[in-house]
Design a protein around this ligand. Structure first.
Ligand SMILES: C[S@@+](CC[C@H](N)C(=O)[O-])C[C@H]1O[C@@H](n2cnc3c(N)ncnc32)[C@H](O)[C@@H]1O
Length: 187
């Protein structure tokens, strides 16, 4: 995952908002042209860990309380946004993406690394079954049969690159194996 995180963040610059930053696992991978990261995390325990990770990070990082649905930033405040393994846990994805589009300036960038709905009908059926039963309860509200690329494209972003990948890349798939890594432009 560290390699994917590096690829996700490569060549970013300026002010960046990272939504649902968790304990800050991305922080070590921000490139030097990033002048500030606003890392928004709703969960207090994870936010404390993120604040500690921010102190060791190679770029300035401000860890903020908040939720994707109501970001604590001005309109157009960010040159770029990062969504990493977070959209699946957000109940109101349309609202969160509309809010993200509000805080990213026109022409700014969105980078995303998310797990997603499977291509194969068999795994899709499994995803829908686990989503309706145990998965959200066991994995912090996460749903596996989500389509982040379509969701992003329907909320003011133009997809510029998408790469499908499997993580972990093992022979047997879990409901959370299919991933997409990509970028989009705001406006
Ligand atoms: C699977 S973790 C990923 C953490 C981090 N992005 C990473 O790559 O390691 C999902 C994160 O999304 C956060 N989250 C859940 N619902 C959220 C919401 N509505 N707004 C913002 N973050 C949310 C959780 O608190 C958690 O930190």
């Amino acid at each position: 995952m560290a390699e994917l995180r590096r690829e996700l963040l490569a060549d970013l610059r300026g002010e960046v908002v990272e939504v649902g930053a968790g304990n800050g696992l991305n922080f070590a991978h921000y490139p030097p042209a990033v002048t500030r990261v606003f890392a928004v995390e709703p969960e207090p325990y994870l936010r404390d860990l993120a604040a500690k990770a921010a102190r060791r990070a190679p770029v300035p990082i401000t860890v903020l309380p908040g939720r994707a649905e109501r970001l604590p930033l001005e309109d157009g405040a960010a040159d770029a946004a990062v969504l990493c393994l977070v959209l699946c846990s957000i109940a109101d994805r349309p609202r969160a993406l509309t809010e993200l589009r509000r805080v990213v300036r026109a022409g700014g960038t969105l980078r995303f690394l998310e797990h997603c709905i499977a291509d194969s009908p068999g795994l899709r059926r499994v995803q829908r079954l686990v989503d309706a039963t145990v998965w959200p309860l066991l994995v912090g509200g996460c749903h596996t049969a989500t389509d982040p690329v379509t969701d992003i494209a329907e909320h003011g972003f133009t997809i510029t690159t998408v790469r499908k990948l499997r993580f972990p890349d093992q022979r047997i798939s879990t409901p959370a194996t299919p991933h997409v890594l990509g970028a989009a432009r705001a406006g």
